[in-house]
Design a protein around this ligand. Structure first.
Ligand code: ATP
Length: 305
């Protein structure tokens, strides 16, 4: 299977400095990739290259099988791109702004009114369709900008810091929107510094640091990802010799604080077998669940390397 986005050896030079130093990775169709990294790491530069707005100094990028250098127009039609700092036409109404975005991205005259209504509804702007873009609050401007990027139903969505400036409710709506677009089959790349939020919808994480891919490249992340090697246990009763009894069972105890313990599974051991073992030894277990490795844990571990 070919990837929806293929980045190969991308170098990008600004006149004053090199921002990307040979970046390579793939994003598979249907993935939601969290692009993370410290300020100035090169995330926005990388997004602009994928969006066929800047041409890499070296290397190649293909989006939906189209080369960004030889077919930028084709790439523009296939993607939706929300830059970190976006501009709107202040004098246009929301309806006109979305109509313009739809038409300029190849939606037919006949299909445009429905596409405009659908995009406005997805970001809860239906009741503001006749408002001028310039008079919207910052958060509503952000929602209009997001609506403009999805109005033509692109196959690939690139969102650079889409949650910046949104209130908590709008952020939640944005997370829901990203999840629903993903379920409809869109491939999505999102950069953000709000890791807890990326966690809600990302299937993968890529960390960029100093213009290069950090760590092991694209990592599994977020929704549903579990660290299979550990379980968190809460005991209903805590006998004084609980620690000793666990050790006597051959269980590796990483942490034991009061009634809560983190236990490490042996290689290949099934967590249900461990639970049966604890109960079989007469221990009263109140809660038992696989440890969740958060995106934030993965990020901080990577930064500390
Ligand atoms: P942030 O998280 O702060 O948005 P980022 O990871 O998106 O950062 P970039 O904006 O891509 O990082 O910047 C990467 C590097 O390129 C930085 O060192 C930055 O100073 C430099 N840079 C970015 N834009 C330009 C420009 N137009 N001209 C020169 N250098 C630039």
């Amino acid at each position: 299977m070919t990837a929806m986005i293929e980045v190969r050896g991308v170098v990008y030079d600004y006149p004053s400095a090199r921002a990307l130093h040979g970046v390579s990775f793939d994003v598979q169709a249907g993935a939601v990739l969290a692009l993370v990294g410290p300020n100035g790491a090169g995330k926005s530069t990388l997004m602009r290259c994928i969006a066929a707005l800047d041409v890499p100094t070296e290397g190649t990028i293909a989006v939906a099988g189209l080369d960004v250098e030889t077919d930028p127009r084709g790439v523009h039609a296939a993607i939706g791109y929300l830059p970190d700092f976006f501009g709107l036409y202040d004098e246009l109404s929301v309806r006109k702004a979305l109509t313009y975005a739809a038409r300029s991205r190849g939606v037919s005259v006949a299909d445009t009114p429905a596409a405009v209504e659908a995009a406005a509804a997805r970001v809860q702007l239906t009741d503001r369709l006749e408002a001028r873009a310039g008079e919207l609050s910052r958060g509503l401007k952000q929602r209009l900008a997001i609506a403009q990027t999805i109005v033509h139903r692109p196959r690939v969505l690139l969102l650079d810091e889409p949650a910046a400036g949104l209130d908590p409710e709008a952020r939640r709506s944005l997370s829901d929107l990203i999840l629903s677009l993903s379920r409809e089959g869109m491939t999505i790349v999102v950069s953000s510094h709000i890791l807890a939020e990326l966690e809600d919808y990302s299937t993968q994480m890529l960390m960029i640091r100093d213009g290069a891919v950090a760590g092991g490249g694209v990592l599994a992340a977020g929704a549903g990802h579990r660290d299979g090697s550990r379980v968190e246990v809460v005991f209903a009763e805590t006998p004084d010799d609980l620690g000793d009894r666990l050790v006597a069972l051959g269980v590796t105890v990483e942490r034991l604080e009061g009634d809560a313990a983190t236990l490490v599974l042996a290689d290949g051991e099934d967590d249900s077998a461990l639970l049966a073992q604890l109960i079989g030894a007469g221990l009263k277990v109140r809660a038992f669940q696989a440890s969740r490795k958060t995106l934030e844990d993965a990020y901080l571990a990577e930064v500390a390397r």
